[in-house]
Design a protein around this ligand. Structure first.
Ligand code: ATP
Length: 256
């Protein structure tokens, strides 16, 4: 579909197209379309902009990933089609591997995501052709993880996660960074760092902060991580939603 750039919802429509195309290519699961819609609704409510609470969380996430011994980025179908160029840029910049990890797991979908990421120049994509094992405490297919990747990771960045797995990763002693537009989800509550923002805006910023912070001494990064409080950040995001909705309720015709 040809979307005119002047359309007020241009970005959002382009993303929808990517998800639909991804579904047709067998990369996105049918349920991924629903998950995307839920994300869009929350994005509408926060005004489709990266807010201060998200910036703070992204900076802490960049620092924590740099400090971690074995960090990994978990990738599902939606993430792969929405931001392949940024996933690959981040992974190649930091040497942090990407790992395909799916709730609706099929061999075809895993391989399709692997090929898709490789076509964007990804160096290391785990979870498909390397050795896998089982992460205890999970019923879904997401329990199958790469031995070299999530299984032995100390920190896992999980854009668009489901709550069960975030909790299982926590029980396995890992630090979890989530990107989730819904601040009320179990994922958002269970994660150590929750970035309440669209992955399409959060990832480019993560790359920018990583470039800046990797020049800084370790103590500086530790200070950022130690002074970060996720409960406070989540509260800020919910208070922001409350205040924005109150302002809009008072002046609905000014809505932009
Ligand atoms: P939980 O199990 O954590 O309570 P859930 O059942 O909502 O959450 P899913 O449906 O698997 O979990 O996850 C989809 C989540 O991803 C939703 O919370 C949605 O808001 C979020 N989401 C969807 N698209 C995006 C996006 N582009 N950027 C950030 N978050 C998104």
């Amino acid at each position: 579909m040809d979307i005119p750039k002047s359309h007020p919802r241009y970005e959002s429509l382009v993303m929808r197209e990517r998800i639909i195309e991804g579904y047709k290519k067998g990369i996105v699961a049918l349920a991924g379309l629903i998950a995307h819609g839920r994300g869009e609704a929350f994005d509408y409510i926060i005004g489709e902009e990266t807010r201060g609470f998200a910036r703070k969380a992204i900076r802490a996430a960049a620092a924590l990933m740099l400090l971690s011994k074995r960090p990994v980025v978990s990738v599902n179908g939606n993430t792969a089609v929405l931001i392949p160029e940024y996933l690959v840029e981040y992974s190649n910049l930091t040497n942090i591997p990407l790992e395909v990890n799916l709730f609706y797991r099929t061999r075809e979908r895993e391989e399709a995501i692997y090929r898709f990421l490789k076509s964007y120049g990804a160096k290391e994509v785990l979870g498909v052709y390397d050795e896998t094992t089982v992460l205890e405490g999970l019923e879904s297919w997401r329990r199958v993880v790469s031995v070299k990747g999530i299984y032995s990771a100390d920190t896992v960045l999980v854009p668009l996660e489901d709550g069960d797995r975030t909790e299982a990763l926590k029980r396995a002693g890992k630090r979890v960074i989530a990107i989730d537009l819904n601040p009320f989800s179990r994922t958002s509550i269970a994660a150590d760092i929750t970035i309440v923002d669209n992955i399409t805006r959060a990832f480019p910023l993560l790359i920018k902060y990583t470039r800046e912070l990797r020049e800084e001494p370790v103590d500086y990064l530790r200070d950022i991580v130690d002074s970060y409080n996720n409960k406070e950040t989540l509260s800020e995001s919910i208070a922001f939603i409350r205040d924005r909705l109150t302002a809009l309720a008072n002046a609905p015709l000014d809505f932009k």
